[in-house]
Design a protein around this ligand. Structure first.
Ligand code: ATP
Ligand code: MG
Length: 264
């Protein structure tokens, strides 16, 4: 994807940070979508969350950057603890800061259609980090190249494939120098070939030592890059461990059934 001394090589290596979730619960109108989940990823590790539809995977992921406010529990990002049970959710600057440290990529890429790929990646840097336009655009070109989009900077999103748009969305998140990256099924809206390009880009980030928490239905991918896999069913983590154990010899019968059905 890049030659020596190319733009992509200029992207500074991340300061990765650990993530720890402790007894995180999220209720919607009396129904617990997430029930007392405790999970961790050390700095530079990849945590994959898998499980059937409606299990609470997206809700849990969104609790990490407080897009959903947990009903109770504690989220720890590096040395910063957000204890919702004790203190309520972070607000104001504390929340802005947390969102900067924890980047997120969604299933739908949500690029601005009236802006080029370059401007889509540069704008949040100018708004959030107050980077000068020239600096933000320089950085955006490096990141687009890192994502294999060196020739797409001046293109509008609707002229790009879904896989290219999703990689631009990843570049946009990376541009804020997050210490943790969250991914919610980033390939599920893409056909397999375009999804594969996105997975290649994500693998590169994992290899660079970025802390990643990803919800995925791509079990082979989780097997390949995750350090730890957690399986959620009905709001709870019912099985977790190294991918080799969880995916190849699950102990829980419900998990075994889910894995068989997904691989079919
Ligand atoms: N804003 C909301 N209001 C009420 N209920 C919600 C809300 N968001 C999610 N839920 C419910 O919480 C449960 C978990 O949903 P969630 O989207 O986290 O599941 P998921 O594991 O990500 O599923 P999928 O694999 O289909 O994406 C579901 O029963 C869902 O209907
Ligand atoms: Mg989901």
């Amino acid at each position: 994807m890049s030659n020596a001394n190319s733009r992509a090589d200029r992207v500074p290596l991340p300061t990765s940070t650990s993530v720890h979730l402790e007894s995180v619960t999220k209720e919607f109108k009396g129904h617990e979508a997430v029930s007392g989940v405790t999970l961790s990823a050390s700095a530079g590790e990849v945590l994959a969350i898998i499980g059937p539809s409606g299990a609470g995977k997206s809700t849990l992921l969104r609790c990490i950057n407080f897009l959903e406010i947990p009903t109770s529990g504690r989220i720890v990002i590096g040395d910063q603890s957000y204890d919702v049970t004790l203190n309520g959710p972070p607000r104001g600057n504390e929340l802005v800061n947390l969102r900067r440290r924890v980047g997120m990529v969604f299933q739908s890429f949500n690029l601005f259609p009236h802006m080029t790929m370059l401007r889509n990646v540069a704008l949040p840097q100018e708004r959030v980090l107050k980077r000068k336009r020239a600096d933000a655009e320089e950085r955006s070109r490096d990141l687009l190249e890192l994502m294999g989009l060196g020739d797409k900077s001046d293109q509008y999103p609707n002229r790009c494939s879904g896989g290219q748009q999703q990689r631009a969305a990843i570049a946009r998140a990376l541009a804020l120098d997050p210490e943790v990256m969250l991914f919610d099924e980033p390939t599920s809206a893409l056909d397999p070939e375009l999804g594969a390009e996105v997975l290649t880009a994500m693998k590169r980030l994992a290899d660079e030592g970025r802390t990643m928490v990803m919800v995925t239905h791509e079990l082979h991918f989780a097997d390949d890059i995750a350090d730890f896999v957690a399986v959620m069913v009905s709001g709870r983590v019912v099985e977790s461990g190294p991918p080799h154990d969880v995916l190849h010899s699950p102990q829980n019968e419900r998990v075994a059934r889910f894995i068989r059905a997904t691989e079919r």
